[in-house]
Ligand binder design. Structure first.
Ligand code: HEM
Ligand SMILES: [Ca+2]
Length: 416
């Protein structure tokens, strides 16, 4: 019996160590000696600045509380309320600023969420996307998939407010993830706890952004591979796409589906016929659908052939044509805020996905299953979206001496 008891202790200790390593690697951190547990019953912010916010691990099905050694050195890693002493008002300044701006400009919410995705997906959440071009540096903003990003000015303003209160303390990477979380909440999405302590990169990654941000013409296998290479499974990937229930899309990103799908000169058969007519009136034929740059089914942005039409780039973004129409992804907030996410999945089930890449989620059993689940169960979607956003917001972060805290989000610190 004694042997059995020892055996169990050894087994438990090994499990704790293994789980610790797993969670540390995948970015769901510790907090004050507790594996975070998410309250599934309630989406309300709860203890937003108090540090110990319970979070459920994405990886275990059972709710587990375990104590871990108190003497782990967390000074160089992400943790809750990182700015508690160095800048106690940081989180409230950020959330209040976003709330104020949102009242006059609600489009800031989708802009920031997209910005977060484009930053974190490329070399992690390090604010690399916020850098302007500078001597020797080509800005990530100039990468084709990033040309229609917005919200930089708002982050610059909030950063200068933070600099007035606590100079050189709050990173732009933390600012972006916290601002995007507030944006999700304002748009009717769930609250999720976030650890802080990210540092900013000293370089942008324009070429990697060109190569690795998925194109709106990407096929399902390309999309899944691209998310999987960053640790996101099908369920997490499908849940993140729920962000496409808010904001806007330019016609240019799906025009080929209306007029010249796969070079056939016809519409995409996967488009709902009534919806097709509706879209055609909003996005009249402009000729750009004939461009080879928008041939669907291809891979990542960079793998699309360069357009012969100089007004468009390989991501299909109009660079010179100001006539490009815009479609409201939320369809005037169809079903209200409480339908954040679910309205997107319902539309996919009706073959009303706007981009080729959106409708692709219905293309395989394992992703279609999650589309159906999220369309019918908004609580499930909110929980999954919250967890996936937490995971995305902590993806591949720079901490401690590995990064810097910029004074201005668009500029790296001057070299000494
Ligand atoms: C295969 C993956 C994805 C592709 C190809 C894609 C592509 C696009 C495109 C082309 C637009 C329209 C931009 C414009 O017209 O200005 C857009 C908008 C948007 N995307 Fe995605 N996206 C993807 C995944 C995601 C993810 C994972 C998120 C967030 C978690 C996200 C959040 C958004 C938001 C919020 C908007 C609206 C932006 C605004 O209104 O300013 N997207 N996306
Ligand atoms: Ca980045």
């Amino acid at each position: 019996m004694r042997f059995l008891g020892d055996y169990k202790i050894v087994l438990l200790t090994c499990s704790v160590i293994a789980l610790s390593i797993y969670l540390a690697i995948y970015g769901v951190g510790f907090d004050n000696g507790i594996f975070p547990i998410l309250r599934f019953t309630n989406d309300s912010p709860g203890n937003r600045t108090g540090g110990k916010v319970p979070v459920k691990s994405i990886f275990d099905e059972d709710f587990m509380y375990m104590s871990i050694a108190e003497d782990i050195d967390r000074s160089d890693s992400l943790h809750y309320d990182y700015y508690q002493e160095s800048c106690p008002s940081a989180e409230s300044i950020i959330s209040k600023s976003i709330r104020d701006i949102y009242t006059v400009k609600p489009s800031i919410a989708p802009s920031l969420i997209r910005l977060l995705f484009h930053d974190c997906f490329i070399e992690g959440c390090d604010a690399s996307v916020l850098l302007d071009a500078d001597e020797g540096l080509t800005s990530e903003k100039e990468a084709a998939p990033n040309l229609s990003l917005k919200g930089f000015d708002v982050l610059d303003d909030i950063k200068s407010e933070l600099e007035n209160v606590c100079p050189g303390v709050v990173s732009c990477a933390d600012l972006l993830v916290l601002a995007a979380r507030e944006a999700v909440l304002l748009a009717g999405g769930p609250f999720y706890p976030l650890e802080t302590g990210r540092k900013d990169s000293a370089v942008p990654f324009k070429l990697i952004a060109e190569l690795e941000l998925p194109s709106p013409q990407a096929s399902l296998s390309v999309i899944l591979a691209s998310f999987a290479s960053r640790g996101f499974n099908e369920r997490e990937t499908v849940s993140l796409f729920g962000a496409h229930s808010i904001g806007i899309t330019h016609c240019t990103f799906f025009e080929n589906r209306l007029y010249n799908f796969s070079g056939t000169g016809k519409a995409d058969p996967e488009l709902n016929p009534g919806f097709l007519q509706e879209l055609k009136t909003k996005c009249p034929f402009s000729g750009s659908a004939l461009s080879p740059s928008v041939a669907p089914g291809t891979g990542l942005a960079s793998s699309l052939p360069a357009s012969s039409d100089n007004s468009k780039n390989s991501y299909g973004v109009s660079t010179g044509n100001s006539n490009d129409g815009v479609i409201d992804l939320s369809y005037n907030n169809e079903g209200g805020d409480e339908n954040f996410g679910t309205r997107y999945y319902k539309r996919l089930m009706e073959k009303k996905g706007l981009m080729f890449s959106d409708q692709q989620l219905m293309g395989r059993e394992e992703t279609e299953m999650w589309v159906r689940a999220y369309a019918s169960d908004s609580q499930l979607f909110r929980r999954d979206f919250a967890m996936s956003m937490m995971k995305l917001s902590s993806y591949h972060v720079l901490t401690g001496p590995l990064g810097q805290v910029r004074r201005t989000c668009s500029k790296v610190l001057p070299r000494n």
